[in-house]
Design a protein around this ligand. Structure first.
Ligand SMILES: [Zn+2]
Length: 103
């Protein structure tokens, strides 16, 4: 998935059956330090630079916030976003690349 963030996002959305968020390069105003950022009003994932578009950890982390948001709940905690991304990547490395979402 390293070179294809758009496809990775499509796969994640299909798997979790959620609407696809928009994906943009460059952080929104006021955000300076983050590698990535999810703006729920816009349903948009912002990546700080093109470089991080290809970092699956950042993409999946921000996708988690989208998933929680469209699920009608709060955006989720940073700790859960981190755990979600790490376990997703762990599952993608072993086995067939699918996450069963059980954690
Ligand atoms: Zn986060």
């Amino acid at each position: 998935m390293e070179r294809k963030p758009e496809e990775a996002l499509d796969a994640l959305c299909a798997h979790y059956r959620v609407e696809r968020p928009a994906l943009r390069i460059g952080l929104p105003k006021g955000e300076k330090r983050a590698l990535g950022c999810y703006v729920h009003r816009e349903r948009t994932i912002y990546m700080s630079s093109e470089e991080y578009m290809f970092d699956p950890y950042v993409l999946i982390h921000e996708f988690y916030h989208h998933l929680r948001h469209v699920g009608g709940k709060h955006r989720g905690t940073e700790r859960h976003a981190r755990d979600f991304a790490l376990s997703f990547l762990r599952n993608a490395q072993s086995g067939d690349g699918r996450s069963d979402g059980s954690s």
